[in-house]
Design a protein around this ligand. Sequence first.
Ligand code: PLP
Length: 388
Amino acid sequence: MKIEPADRVKDLPPYLFAAIDKMKRAARDRGVDIIDLGVGDPDLPTPPHIVEALRQAVANPEHHRYPSYMGMLSSRQAVCDFYARRFGVELSAEREALTLIGSKEGLAHFPLAMVNPGDLVLVPDPAYPVYATTTRFVGGEVFTYGLLPDQQFLPDLEGIPVDVADRAKIMIINYPNNPTGGVATLDDYARILRFAQQHDILVVSDLAYSEMFYDEPAPPSFLQLPGARERSMEFYSLSKTYNMTGWRVAYAVGNEQLVGALGKIKTNVDSGVFGAVQEAGVVALTGDQSCVDEMRNAYRRRRDLLMEGLRAMGLDVSPPRATFYVFARIPHGMDSMTFARRLLEEQGIVATPGVGFGERGEGYIRFALTVDEPRMAEAVERMKKITL
Ligand SMILES: *Cc1c(COP(=O)(O)O)cnc(C)c1O
């Protein structure tokens, strides 16, 4: 039968999140009142001034035709201005910035632009699953590197064998980190850049959570380092900062050749982001930023509430300095799927087993701060009833 899917589809690892969804649905059908701390999707709406900008832009007939492939210049300029203001990084909107249909799209197409069959890509473990999956789609080889729990989950560079490092073409990094909440300082980035320079590796930085932080100093951009632009590109998304996951708008910025190669792929597979969404994105980046402060305050309060519940269950965890995830070590050597099942079956709480983010995520569980304070308080009360 020629209806057989391609090997890259058949070779996809079993989707653990589908198993959790099934458990969730079954619990809901039994009438369980579920508190969902599983998904990394902001529960709060997009700020009204951004919604209003879309409402107005949608009526403009210019946006009813195909948008430009690389993104409107005003939209690319807005992200460059943000980089200048926030990170002191000067970028050319024409050559060093590209609008994406969300950073997941850019991350998924990037291997098509840069990875030949057999090329080696260094991917963190645990991690956002997209990096490894889409590298394998194009026949790239994945080497997963560990993260150091006692050091903000920074890359375990010493754990990467020298011959692997020498052969690697690309290293993917993500700070502030999903799922661990780890944060990199500029010194940490400098160490990663030195490693990349020594072994002639390109660095792809996923900066989706740069604005979701609770302590100063604010997380830096990898592009702040002198010399970074020679070998790196960064993905910056509006999804988490402005509660815009449904809108699909993000940017790739940095090295001109990397951005240009990704742009060439995109020219051949999609037709860019709806112009009205890009205009709303400009308003998000250039308008009043008090909504970002409010977002941080809301997550901070939820985070501090959740800590009490986790400690009551005997989980050893310190509050994350950034992201809306709490990544906690599970006691007594219990595996993460068993613990997730117990949370759901005993108390109706959904959390994500660490193993869903890679082998080295086993033994951990991830909670997302995506319910309001009363619900979080309720989750904490329920956690207090769990004896591990
Ligand atoms: C949420 C998230 C993104 C953002 O994805 P978009 O496609 O821009 O919505 C990127 N990277 C990581 C690690 C994320 O968790």
